[in-house]
Ligand binder design. Structure first.
Ligand code: A3P
Length: 279
């Protein structure tokens, strides 16, 4: 993949961009027949909304409650699984821990049919695009981008995994589904212990208050980035950058801020998810 040209790094599938390196088309094709289980533990997030953070939390909650190992050789993101890995995953014992950045309409249909519980992590769009911009420039398999260009691609939805706003609008429609729980990056920043309690409860995983506190202490940005050599090897700094709310103020021009506000109003005003995504 080293000598790939920029235009080889992405492809479109049903109109949405994907990374050819991370989730080639055969992965997406294979997922169509993926069999979900009611007891799967599924974490969903649009890119850069806090997926890695909640993966860390979930692994600790599962270790404390059902005794699974805290590390696994298989990355949870199902669209990263080659057809071979998909086969392995189909044979893993329950509860499987799975994740995805896919739009709800693209998530294998079986998850809805089996009423698998899905925890969805969202983040305000301004910090999300800033985080995504830095990720593009730090991740060796992606293309280097300038801020102005990337902002404009993000606004038109021409980024890997598609439009933030399309994802948010679709999840808002599922907000009352008893098998869906939406939690935001901002809520977790405000009260991580409460987030951990809610997440455990949603999945029916029982942990003590002492365990909640211990998990919260190990899941702060500082704690996780200090441990990132163990969890992410040399890619630690790619996934742990700044970990704050409001960094958009250091990147957006006034015009970009206005454009984002207008799009936010156009797509999400009056929605309940929109009300949670304040910035
Ligand atoms: P920033 O780029 O704003 O720092 P994802 O895991 O979905 O790709 O999201 C990455 C974002 O989550 C990055 O945001 C990263 O720093 C932040 N992050 C990772 N671990 C975190 C933690 N424990 N607490 C707060 N933010 C965290």
């Amino acid at each position: 993949a080293k000598n790939m040209k920029d235009e080889d790094k992405f492809y479109r599938y049903d109109g949405v961009l994907y990374s050819s390196v991370m989730s080639p088309v055969e992965n997406l094709e294979g997922l169509k027949s993926m069999q979900a289980r009611p007891e799967d533990i599924v974490l969903v997030a649009y890119p850069k909304c806090g997926f890695t953070w909640v993966v860390g939390v979930m692994r600790k909650v599962m270790a404390a409650s059902v005794g699974t190992k805290e590390t696994s050789d298989i990355l949870p993101l199902i669209e990263f699984h080659s057809p071979d890995v998909q086969k392995t995953v189909s044979q893993l014992p329950s509860p499987r821990f799975l994740g995805t950045h896919l739009h709800p309409d693209t998530i294998p249909a079986s998850f809805m049919v089996k009423k698998t519980k899905m925890l969805v992590v969202f983040r305000n769009p301004k910090d999300t695009v800033v985080s995504y911009f830095h990720f593009m420039n730090k991740n060796p398999v992606l293309s280097k981008v300038t801020w102005d260009n990337f902002f404009s691609n993000f606004m038109s939805g021409d980024v890997a995994w598609g439009s933030y706003f399309d994802h948010a609008v679709a999840w808002d429609k599922l907000i009352d589904d008893p098998n869906v729980k939406i939690i935001t990056y901002e809520e977790l920043k405000e009260d991580l212990s409460e987030g951990i309690r809610q997440i455990s409860k949603f999945f029916g995983l029982t942990i003590t208050e002492e365990q909640v506190q211990a998990i919260a202490d190990k899941s702060t940005f500082t704690a996780m980035s200090e441990n990132s050599k163990n969890t992410h090897g040399k890619f630690g700094s790619v996934f742990f950058r700044k970990g704050e709310v409001g960094d958009w103020k250091n990147h957006f021009t006034e015009a970009q801020s206005r454009q984002m506000d207008e799009e936010f109003t156009r797509r999400l005003a009056g929605t309940r998810l929109g009300a949670k995504l304040k910035y």
